[in-house]
Design a protein around this ligand. Structure first.
Ligand code: UDP
Length: 314
């Protein structure tokens, strides 16, 4: 039987590149389209001699034709608050223009389609933990809106292509994920704390550190994507680790795992920073028989070599 062909938009990003590895091991041939705005070719360097892998530097906000494909994984989008606030217009464009173009390819080639969405669709949530049925509490004009509304629009567009054009779609709502290949300077909490702890600098906790996040290790997250990809669920599914930590607890965990002598320094809380975030994964458990296996301490230990090397190479 010939290999199935998968397109991964945004495949040079942190999650996209891990997804490429997983798809290649599943026997797909993989084409990545990425304009390298926030993704890095270095994330795909280990695949350069892989015969069933191809990378093209393409901006999917312009119309493109990837040729026949069986599956489209639409992952292109700046994803860290620092990145999407710097590239606000590009973030809105990839959620709208880029998503139109990816969906048109799925329609043309009758490909299955999965889009990476986000827990940011829930905004600063009033319901806790967040179920997929919660519609969210989002500031539509605040600094984070370029990402939140881009992803909410991308979800609406995906459901519309499913309803009007019968495209075989899936939507994954991703909660905070961490692991090797995260960019040291992308501003997210785990790379910031790991970098600071390894260098022996103060860990910068924003606000009083009582805001919460629930951290999923990358291999668990990818496993959830593959299970959703094989399912026939069209409505959004949360994939994340429900084990919730305050940011202060996360800082202490990083100090412990790195064996660092760093202290904590408090800095102002960014505008509209969500106070709490925890996925309700009842749906993923029932529908996909999926749940995360790696908890924060273990995941940080698994990431340590990568972050140490990245700091030493800076
Ligand atoms: N944060 C922090 N110090 C940092 C980076 C982030 O205290 O150096 C906080 C941030 O304010 C937020 C949480 O950690 O409350 C998670 O931030 P991140 O940027 O990783 O992702 P978010 O969940 O906000 O999209």
């Amino acid at each position: 039987m010939s290999r199935q062909r998968a397109l991964v938009t945004g495949g040079a990003g942190f999650l996209g590149s891990h997804l490429c590895d997983a798809l290649l091991s599943e026997g797909y041939s993989v084409l990545v389209l990425d304009n390298l705005l926030t993704g890095r070719e270095a994330n795909l360097h280990h695949l350069r001699r892989e015969p069933h892998f191809e990378f093209k530097n393409v901006d999917i906000n312009e119309p493109f034709d990837c040729g026949p494909v069986d599956y489209i994984f639409h992952f292109a989008c700046p994803a860290s608050p620092v990145d999407y606030m710097e590239h606000g217009i590009a973030t809105l464009k990839v959620g709208s223009h880029g998503t139109f173009h990816a969906l048109e390819m799925a329609r043309k080639y009758k490909a299955k389609y999965l889009i990476s969405s986000t827990s940011e669709c829930y905004g600063d949530p009033l319901e806790h933990p967040q179920k997929e049925s919660y519609w969210g509490h989002v500031n539509p004009i605040g600094p984070r809106s370029v990402y939140d509304e881009s992803k909410r629009f991308a979800e609406a567009l995906t459901m519309a292509y499913h309803r009007y054009h019968k495209v075989n779609t899936r939507i994954v709502r991703i909660f905070n994920t961490y692991g090797p290949r995260m960019q040291l300077n992308d501003g997210r909490v785990v790379p910031n704390f790991m970098k600071q702890a390894i260098r022996g600098e103060d860990l910068t906790v924003y606000g009083d550190g009582s805001q919460t996040r629930s951290f999923c290790y990358v291999s668990d997250e990818i496993d959830g994507f593959l299970k959703l990809a094989k399912s026939s669920e069209h409505n959004p599914v949360n994939i994340g680790n429900p084990n919730e930590f305050t940011i202060l607890e996360c800082a202490r965990e990083v100090i412990k795992v790195t064996g660092s002598k760093s202290k904590i320094r408090y800095e102002p809380l960014p505008t509209d920073d969500p106070k709490q975030r925890q996925p309700d994964i009842t749906k993923a458990r029932k529908l996909l028989d999926w749940e995360p296996k790696i908890q924060l301490e273990e995941g940080l230990k698994l990431s340590l070599d990568y972050f140490r090397k990245a700091v030493s190479e800076e």
